[in-house]
Design a binder for this molecule. Structure first.
Ligand code: FES
Ligand code: FES
Length: 154
């Protein structure tokens, strides 16, 4: 066990865990930030996606000892009131079915649009490709990402 001070959603959080603990379990089990989901545990599904300094990363493969003071943002910290342009677009299109994958989808989409605010359809396809949705909401996801991009550029 060791003590780590993490920068999560703009707050400093201290935890005492094994250094090899993945951030996913720190978030869910130690900090009760359960919006980030466990799907595969081997970086294959995207359900556990969070932002590390604004880049989408898979928290199931990110050990607590590797992040230092880098900023971690989870779905809970993406916006104050659930009103990030991507979240608004998700609501507009009514994207989720069961919802399990959706926090990861939104975190991937929001990091992508931050870096590429005016993407082509192919770029959206590529960016979202690694986030699996067992309910098959892919068409609505793409539509919502396009709406969010247009909102950002309006
Ligand atoms: S749980 Fe991390 S990528 Fe699937
Ligand atoms: S909405 Fe059910 S897994 Fe994506």
């Amino acid at each position: 066990m060791a003590t780590f001070t993490l920068n999560i959603n703009g707050e400093s959080r201290e935890i005492d865990v094994d250094p090899n603990t993945p951030i996913l379990w720190v978030l869910r089990d130690h900090l009760n930030l359960v919006g980030t989901k466990y799907g595969c545990g081997i970086a294959q599904c995207g359900a556990c996606t969070v932002h590390l300094e604004g880049t989408a990363v898979r928290s199931c493969m990110l050990t607590v000892s590797s992040v230092g003071n880098q900023k971690i943002t989870t779905i809970e910290g993406l916006s104050e009131n659930g009103d990030h342009p991507v979240q608004k677009a998700w609501l507009e299109v009514d994207v989720p079915q069961c919802g399990y994958c959706q926090a990861g989808q939104i975190m991937t989409a929001s990091a992508f649009l931050e870096k590429n605010p005016n993407p082509t359809d192919e770029e959206i396809e590529m960016a979202m490709n690694g986030n699996i949705c067992r309910c098959g909401t892919y068409i609505r996801i793409k539509k919502a990402v396009k709406i969010a991009a247009n909102t950002n550029n309006a």
